[in-house]
Each structure stands twice: as C-alpha cells, then as structure tokens.
Design a protein around this ligand. Structure first.
Ligand code: HEM
Length: 181
C-alpha cells in the first residue's frame, strides 16, 4: 500500500460521496414538490439544509488527495486536471449562491407556516433556478468523472465539460415547459 494508492482511494471515496450528496438533494427536492403538508416537508427541508456541511467534507476528500496526486504524479500541464479543478468552482457558486438562497426562503416558510403547504412553497420548490443548479452540478460532476477516466487533452477536456454543462442546462427544459403549462 503506497501513499499514492491511499490518496487515490480517498479521492474516489470523496467522488462517491459527492454523488451520494447530490442524490440526497435530488430526492429531497423531488419529494418536496409532491408533499401536501408542512410536517412532512420539515424533515426533508432539514435534511437538505444540512447538505452544505456534508459538501464541505466531500470537497476536502476530493481536493486534497486530488492535488496531491496531481502534484506528485501527473503535473499541472494536464488539461483534464486543470479543467476539472476550474470546473469545481461552479459547485459552490451554483450550490450556495443559487440553491442556498432559495432553500433558505423555503426553510423560513416551513418554520413559520402550519397545516397545508402554500402555493408560494410549491412555486419555490419548482423554481427553475433551483432545478438548473442541481441539474448542472450533477452534469458537471459526471463530466469531471469522464475527464478523470478518459484523461483527454486540453481541447478535449474543455469541450467535454462544455457539453456536460450544456446537457445539464437543457435538461431543465421539460421542467420549464411543465411549469409554463
Ligand atoms: C468532482 C470532482 C472530481 C471527481 C468526481 C474525481 C474523480 C476521480 C476518479 C473517479 C478518478 C479515478 C480515475 C481512474 O483511475 O481512471 C480520479 C483520478 C484522479 N483525480 Fe480526480 N476527481 C475530481 C476532481 C479532481 C481534481 C480537482 C483533481 C486535481 C486537483 C483531481 C486529480 C486526480 C488525479 C491526479 C487522478 C489520477 C490518479 C492516478 O491514477 O494517479 N481530481 N478522480
């Protein structure tokens, strides 16, 4: 067992953790859209509200061993490494700035209201920006896994992440259409 294999193991555990956290966020948002009363919603809103702390640990588990592997084995002239690192900047922006602010409003509603969930609540949990944020973050995470396994050159890395982000963005069109309908 080498330091390299331990770092790769920790790095991949971090990557698995990222998809667990994204999965919990998806499950929470999908369930909240279908719920009718506040009591049911409180548990899910609390779960989603606890995710930023989990994401914090996950970032450390991905970044620290990732940086170690890049520094000791691969070097910084690899497009797939630098583009992955740059793409990770999207997560806190979309996660905290977009989803975080909207989830705070949703959190205030479930603590202040009782009984039936209001249309304001349902409008908020169907907000296209909230869904664009989780769709694009999931697509970029999958895009980074593609970069990590295929290890393309600079052009290939930029194009791959570009396609992933575009797919993530266009995948919310059905939500927009159903919302307009
Ligand atoms: C969401 C973010 C990330 C995910 C999901 C992820 C996932 C992975 C996975 C699954 C592997 C194994 C690939 C394989 O063995 O074929 C890997 C390898 C690697 N990752 Fe990441 N990674 C992420 C971010 C990063 C970042 C930001 C860096 C650099 C700072 C990085 C550096 C590396 C390196 C150098 C390897 C190759 C390790 C080796 O085989 O020597 N990763 N990553």
């Amino acid at each position: 067992m080498t330091l390299h294999s331990i770092a790769l193991f920790l790095h991949i555990v971090g990557a698995l953790g990222l998809f667990v956290a994204l999965g919990l966020e998806w499950a929470g948002l999908l369930t909240l859209r279908r719920l009718a009363n506040i009591e049911q919603a409180r548990g899910w809103v609390n779960l989603i509200a606890s995710l930023p702390r989990l994401y914090g640990f996950i970032w450390m588990a991905i970044l620290l061993p990732g940086l170690y592997l890049a520094l000791t084995v691969w070097g910084w002239d690899k497009g797939w490494i630098v583009v992955s690192l740059a793409s990770m900047v999207v997560f806190p922006i979309l996660g905290a700035a977009v989803s975080g602010s909207k989830l705070q409003v949703i959190g205030r509603i479930v603590t202040s209201e009782n009984g039936q969930l209001s249309t304001t609540f349902h409008d908020l949990v169907s907000d296209p920006f909230l869904w664009a944020s989780i769709h694009v973050r999931t697509a970029i995470a999958l895009g980074i896994v593609f970069l990590m396994t295929i290890k393309p050159s600079w052009d290939g890395a930029v194009v791959s992440i570009g396609i992933a982000a575009l797919l993530g963005l266009t995948s919310i069109l059905p939500i927009l259409r159903s919302r307009n309908a």
